[in-house]
Design a binder for this molecule. Structure first.
Ligand SMILES: [Zn+2]
Length: 176
C-alpha cells in the first residue's frame, strides 16, 4: 500500500492547520490571542499541542505528557502570584497549569485530552525585571515555585542581575 508510506506526515500537516484553528477555541490557549501575551512562554502551549498531535499520529495514542528537555527564554517567566505582571495570568502560572492540568488537545476524531507539559531545564539569560531587589526577589521566587510544582525540573540563570548584590535576593542561585 503506497498510501501507508507517508500518511503520518500528510495527516500531520493537514491537522497542523486544523489544530491552529482549534487552538483559539480553547480557553487554555486563549492566552496566545491576547495582544499583551507576547512572552516566549506563550508559544509553549502551541508546541505542546503540535508535539502531542505528532505523537498521536505516530502511535495512535495521545501522550499524557510532552517533555521539553531544555527551554530557553531571555528573561525568567513573569508571575501574577509574585506581582511582576499585571496580566490576568502570568507565564509562571500558565506553565504550572500546563504542568498540572495540561494543555487541552483535540485529535482528528474529536477526542479531547489534556496533555501535560514538563520542562527539563529552564534556561534564562537573566531574571525578569531584575533591576530592583523587590522584583528580582519575586522573579526568583517564581522560578523556585515552578520547580516545586514540577513545571520545570531545574533552572539555569546565565547572568546575575548586574546592579544588585545577589546575596540579598532570597533563594538566589544560578543553578537549581
Ligand atoms: Zn510572561
Amino acid at each position: 500500500m503506497e498510501d501507508d508510506d507517508e500518511p503520518v506526515s500528510h495527516s500531520s500537516i493537514k491537522f497542523s492547520k486544523k489544530s491552529k484553528k482549534h487552538l483559539v477555541e480553547f480557553a487554555d490557549i486563549d492566552h496566545i490571542q491576547d495582544e499583551e501575551n507576547t512572552h516566549a512562554e506563550d508559544k509553549l502551549a502551541v508546541v505542546i499541542h503540535q508535539r502531542a498531535i505528532e505523537i498521536y499520529y505516530k502511535t495512535g495514542e495521545m501522550p499524557a505528557l510532552v517533555e521539553i528537555p531544555e527551554f530557553f527564554v531571555s528573561a525568567s517567566p513573569c508571575s501574577k502570584t509574585f506581582g511582576t505582571t499585571k496580566k490576568a495570568s502570568g507565564c509562571t502560572e500558565n506553565l504550572i497549569a500546563w504542568a498540572i492540568k495540561g494543555v487541552l488537545v483535540r485529535s482528528e476524531d474529536e477526542c479531547e485530552s489534556y496533555v501535560k507539559m514538563r520542562i527539563g531545564k529552564l534556561i534564562v539569560n537573566k531574571l525578569y525585571k531584575g533591576n530592583t531587589y523587590e522584583d528580582a526577589a519575586s522573579s526568583m521566587a517564581a522560578i523556585i515555585l515552578m520547580k516545586a510544582k514540577k513545571a520545570i525540573g531545574g533552572w539555569e540563570i546565565q547572568n546575575d542581575p548586574g546592579k544588585l548584590d545577589v546575596s540579598k535576593i532570597p533563594g538566589y542561585k544560578r543553578k537549581g
